[in-house]
Design a protein around this ligand. Structure first.
Ligand code: ATP
Length: 515
């Protein structure tokens, strides 16, 4: 949708999601729903399941040394003391006194920096048009205006990092004041002080509610893996290095949740903790950065849409951390985190539980607490990255347009749709028998309403990679036409070839082989 403004494009994604049954606001019949919570509809649930399956197969099925678990959402409350979440899972928040809108102070500063980055990119683009054989890296390091911008960015980042590391919230506010950041709603600089806000939701177990039976809804799936480290290592007879993966719901009382399924209060994570020998973690950290990037690139949505961003401020548990960022309609933002978490979590759980969580290394004949490299991606955020890259408005010959969702075929909700050309002459019966055969292995749609052209458009809009049309010739020679969503080309093929065509073009194997 090249001519559409980014904010309008984002609105299109939200309305398309709703119109076709991908995503609905949660409990929408009450006051338009619950803020920052969403329900996946009939097509959304399929697409989400396929994305999850692809991740699971790439991580667990394709790696003999990675196993998957499914731990509970509720965990013993001490878990969250040990992990540091009770004391430190906070976001710095700030309110604008005029609009009464609440913001994350760190996000306001990051967005300010992103605007300066945009200016640099514009300078580079302009220069690239002016010069032949343009060397972008050279231009960035020598052009005075670009260098001034870059110095500004470095100075802000350094000051911000120092303030965060010292937990100096007054200084964080001062940065916002000095940068003259205004509230996008009121346009004023009338800010409150910056305060810390804990993001965990809590509830209670049992009949009596008091301090002693408060439990938390997990804010990440990782801790369910750490507390099961020894169970899995012993029962699975796992040798280092090995990984434990899981997918599941996580809950965060996000301060600012205005970006559809990018930032939700209830969301799903797909995490993998990779346990390694201390001292080898940096090698594995690099390995997992590259391996996860490759996974994203295999989706074929455009290599230019992904980049790494190394963390300025390391979390209390990490000795290295990077994000894989994706170019969402509202800019490059974190899609996945790769963190080298040292032995922090296992050591904390040892200390708080009094149980040893170690590994006996037969080569060294000694026990130690393994180090951990984690990969952590939000399933909903991944869903949004795929949906927003796939949704296109295309101009066709003859002045027509079509909306097409160019999903990777292996992830599409339906792999193919079957249409009888007309609702008579035995065509529906043949179409149904083709459906019956294929649906053992593929999610299939069936449509006999309206013209075939309209039916194609409906399938294009929901990303169905193939449409199979049964016509009169099919009755005579057992062939059908199969139309490709992206090229719109039709081929005539034998009915008994359909299964192998769909297997080749739409199975997860086609993606897994790229890894
Ligand atoms: P952010 O800085 O965007 O708040 P984070 O650094 O707190 O994210 P992590 O704790 O590293 O995120 O979580 C790992 C992944 O989980 C993120 O990369 C993201 O894909 C996903 N995620 C985190 N918070 C949310 C949320 N509120 N809604 C949807 N996905 C989320």
């Amino acid at each position: 949708m090249s001519n559409i403004k980014p904010e309008d494009f984002f609105k299109n994604i939200i309305s398309h999601s709703k119109e076709y049954g991908f995503i609905f606001p949660s409990s929408e019949i009450y006051d338009n729903g619950l803020s920052a919570v969403y329900d996946y509809g009939q097509l959304g649930a399929e697409l989400k399941k396929n994305i999850r399956d692809y991740w699971w197969k790439a991580m667990v099925q394709m790696n003999e040394n990675i196993v998957g678990i499914d731990s509970a959402i509720f965990m013993h409350p001490t878990t969250w003391k040990a992990s540091g979440h009770v004391d430190a899972f906070n976001d710095p928040l700030i309110d604008n006194k005029d609009s009464k809108k609440r913001y994350r102070a760190d996000v306001l500063i990051e967005e300010h920096v992103a605007k300066i980055e945009d200016k640099i990119n514009k300078e580079v683009e302009k220069a690239a048009k002016r010069f032949e054989n343009f060397d972008a890296a050279m231009f960035r390091s020598t052009n005075t205006r670009v260098k001034e911008y870059q110095d500004k960015i470095d100075a802000i980042n350094e000051r911000f990092k120092t303030a965060l590391n010292a937990n100096n919230l007054d200084e964080v506010k001062q940065i916002i004041v000095d940068l003259e950041i205004v509230c996008p709603i009121s346009g004023t600089k009338n800010w409150t002080d910056v305060r810390q806000f804990n993001l965990m939701f809590n509830t209670s177990t049992g009949a009596v509610t008091d301090e002693t039976n408060i439990i938390y809804l997990r804010p990440e799936t990782a801790q369910g893996i750490f507390v099961n480290y020894l169970n899995v290592q012993k029962t699975g007879r796992m040798k280092l290095p090995f990984g434990i993966a899981q997918t599941g719901k996580a809950f965060r009382n996000e301060i600012v949740a205005r970006q559809f399924i990018f930032r939700m209060r209830e969301f799903e994570q797909m995490e993998m903790q990779f346990f390694v020998k201390p001292g080898t973690e940096m090698e594995w950290y690099e390995y997992w950065k590259q391996t996860r990037l490759k996974w994203h690139l295999s989706l074929g949505l455009g290599a230019e849409k992904y980049r790494f961003h190394d963390h300025l401020k390391l979390a209390h548990y990490a000795n290295a951390a990077a994000d894989i960022e994706h170019q969402f309609p509202f800019g490059f933002k974190e899609l996945e985190g790769i963190h080298s978490r040292t032995d922090f979590d296992l050591k904390q759980h040892e200390q708080f539980s009094g149980k040893k969580l170690q590994y006996f290394d037969p080569e060294l004949n000694q026990s130690y607490v393994p180090y951990v490299v984690e990969t952590s991606v939000g399933l909903d955020r991944l869903f949004l990255s795929i949906l927003s890259s796939a949704l296109k408005e295309e101009s066709l010959e003859g002045g027509d347009t079509r909306t097409v969702l160019s999903l990777p075929p292996a992830l599409a909700p339906y792999k193919a749709a079957v249409f009888p050309l007309v609702k008579k002459d035995g065509l529906p019966e043949l179409a149904e028998s083709i459906m019956k055969d294929l649906k053992f292995d593929f999610m299939m749609a069936y449509d006999e309403k309206d013209t075939v052209g309209k039916r194609y458009r409906r399938q294009d809009a929901i990303g169905t990679p193939f449409c199979i049309t049964v016509d009169h010739q099919s009755l005579e020679d057992k062939t059908v036409t199969i139309r490709d969503r992206d090229t719109m080309k039709q081929d005539r093929v034998a009915i008994d070839k359909l299964h192998s065509i769909l297997t080749e073009k739409t199975s997860l194997q086609s993606l897994l082989r790229k890894l």
